[in-house]
Design a protein around this ligand. Structure first.
Ligand code: NGQ
Ligand code: ZN
Length: 409
């Protein structure tokens, strides 16, 4: 029997992306040393980053954004730090790499919150950038200049926020200068924070306090802010973040892949904290998988079930979806995230048979990885039809050519 109603959902925000990393999915999964860690992965990631030119970035990002749309993300926050030429000097057009991302988002038809990243030093001690970090670096004035240039191209589909790479990579003085310059805007501000234990230890050693505590003591964190990962938190920090109205962006598949640890979700939910989700290193491009693993990590930890709920919402799928949707809108900023976008599930699929609206999100999120999305509309434009992106063949061909060439270089 054919179903009579479609299952229509709002599109989700992917609140944390480093697009170029999609092309290296699977390339860092061989043990190089028994002590392999986040930090050895980072060396491999830097080597791959070192190969990429603007045309490559556009090809990789467009393919990634097509995959995001097909998976139900209709806006992406691009945490973009691969700014300069391979030798570290700026491109003739200082915004060349940013423009590659903007062009990719436009081709794919996804909303873009572009977050050019300020990256200035190699660690808390203020050491200079290492050779393979030279492509990421800016002085404050040049960074603010880039932001100004990019904002000339803002539209309903593209907004320019800012990102501070991490407390490790930006000095307190530089952070204060950039935040002062941004004080008059309502654009989002993102930062990586407290992802790895080593970061917490270095911060304790050199600043006498934990990363999140340091940030909250020195900066007026509010609802414009997205704290990416925030994995390593003390109990008072969990409550303190929630009290600021900032959003924590959780990236469960990347956090698992990199061995980060588990975010203290139950305490954060109890504190009524806001969160979004991101696919970060793109080891997976699926909101279903991010949300499912957000819950599963906690189940494995507490050896219980049905954890991400609150007093009103007892459906785990609905709770996670609604929170990630609302938090994602903060992460991306109201202007683009407010764009109308819809994701229609294939109600005729056997997996969705005998399901009420109430059971829909639990089934979508907890039934594996079968693609159930039939249609995606972004800003009035139908971009995924019958499960296919309207330009996916051309974009995929260019991506294949690009990664093949990169593999030979
Ligand atoms: C990044 N990614 O900038 O791509 C980081 C790694 C760092 C994640 N933290 C580099 N997942 O944090 O220094
Ligand atoms: Zn990141």
């Amino acid at each position: 029997m054919m179903p009579t109603t479609d299952f229509v959902l709002p599109g989700l925000v992917n609140a944390h992306s480093h697009a170029f990393q999609r092309a290296m999915a699977g390339l860092a999964e061989r043990q190089t040393h028994p002590g392999d860690s986040f930090w050895t992965w980072r060396e491999q990631m830097y080597r791959y980053a070192g190969l990429i030119e603007p045309g490559d970035l556009q090809a990789i990002a467009a393919q990634l954004y097509v995959e995001m749309l097909k998976a139900g993300y209709t806006t992406v926050c691009e945490f973009h730090y691969l700014h300069h030429q391979r030798d570290g000097h700026p491109y003739a057009d200082v915004a060349a790499m940013s423009r590659a991302l903007m062009a990719a988002a436009e081709e794919a038809g996804i909303g873009l919150c572009l977050l050019p990243v300020l990256y200035m030093q190699g660690g808390f001690d203020g050491r200079a950038l290492a050779a393979h970090q030279q492509r990421f670096g800016h002085e404050v004035d040049a960074f603010l200049g880039l932001i100004e240039i990019l904002r000339r191209d803002e539209s309903d589909a593209m907004q320019v926020g800012i990102a501070l790479h991490s407390l490790r990579a930006v000095s307190p003085l530089a952070m204060a200068a950039v935040l002062a310059a941004e004080a008059g805007t309502d654009r989002p501000i993102h930062i990586h924070i407290a992802e790895q234990i080593a970061e917490v230890e270095e911060c304790l050693l050199l600043r006498g306090t934990r990363p999140v505590s340091w940030l909250l003591e020195h900066v007026a964190v509010d609802a414009r802010w997205t704290l990416v990962h925030a994995t390593q938190l003390s109990a008072p920090e969990v409550q303190a973040i929630a009290d600021t109205n900032a959003t924590v962006c959780l990236c469960p598949t990347t956090e698992a892949n990199l061995g980060d640890g588990l975010f203290p979700l139950p305490g954060y939910i109890a504190a009524n904290g806001r969160f979004s989700i991101g696919s970060d290193s793109h080891i997976s491009v699926s909101p279903v998988e991010e949300l499912r693993w957000l819950e599963y990590g906690q189940r494995l930890q507490v050896r219980g079930r049905n954890i991400a709920v609150d007093a009103e919402e007892k459906s785990v799928g609905r709770f996670l979806f609604d929170r990630a949707l609302a938090g994602g809108r903060y992460s991306a900023g109201a202007r683009i995230a407010g764009n109308t976008s819809t994701v229609t599930l294939n109600a005729a699929h056997p997996l969705l048979a005998a399901r009420t609206q109430e059971q829909l999100l639990d089934t979508w999120i907890f039934s594996g990885n079968v693609p159930l999305i039939r249609e995606v509309v972004v800003g009035g434009r139908s971009i995924v039809c019958a499960g296919m992106h309207v330009d996916e063949e051309r974009i995929a061909r260019r991506y294949v050519d690009t990664v093949q060439r990169l593999a030979r270089s």
